[in-house]
Design a binder for this molecule. Sequence first.
Ligand SMILES: Cc1cc2nc3c(=O)[nH]c(=O)nc-3n(C[C@H](O)[C@H](O)[C@H](O)COP(=O)(O)O)c2cc1C
Length: 175
Amino acid sequence: MDSSEFLDFLISRTSVRDYLDEELTEDDIVFLLDSASTAPSAGNLEAWDVVVIRETDQKEALMGAAYDQPQLEAAPVLFVVCANYVRSMSRYGERGILYAVQDATIACTYMMLAAHSRRLHSCWVGAFDEDGVRDILGLPPHIRAVAILTVGKGRPHGTLTERMAVGEHVHFDTW
Ligand SMILES: Cc1cc2nc3c(=O)[nH]c(=O)nc-3n(C[C@H](O)[C@H](O)[C@H](O)COP(=O)(O)O)c2cc1C
């Protein structure tokens, strides 16, 4: 893939919240997880973990914790991507809290793009009640759910999402 194909690949991804009633294959799931494990991480400590959700009951419960966003029930698989504070703080102390969140975020990003490379659809879900998700999944205290990625074959809405002009983000040499 050359750089213009790479940009086209990125531009063509959009969040999809409407899913077909079709399972992901085991191979799809392994591909996404293998992709996440190639992500960079602070000190290569890989301070992220993921809970793969396929059970209907768990999806329904998580939908409740995510303020009833229907894509959580509709998607065949959810990936709850978590920061693992112990793994990162054991080396980096307080700074490790931030690193673990960044490690989880980039792992989730890799999974999202891996899904796109397989013509699967996804939606990053950040709006959820953390305590609710903790209870449903039985997360230990040093694990923080950072994002839920819904993945499946979906019905894209067909329009590309608008962005700010990139120049509005960018500052050269000083703010
Ligand atoms: C940190 C973060 C949190 C998000 N939370 C939600 C969410 O709770 N529900 C949702 O439907 N979409 C959520 N999204 C998806 C965004 O709405 C979406 O990425 C954005 O509108 C741009 O659209 P696009 O993904 O189609 O390019 C979230 C995305 C990010 C990165």
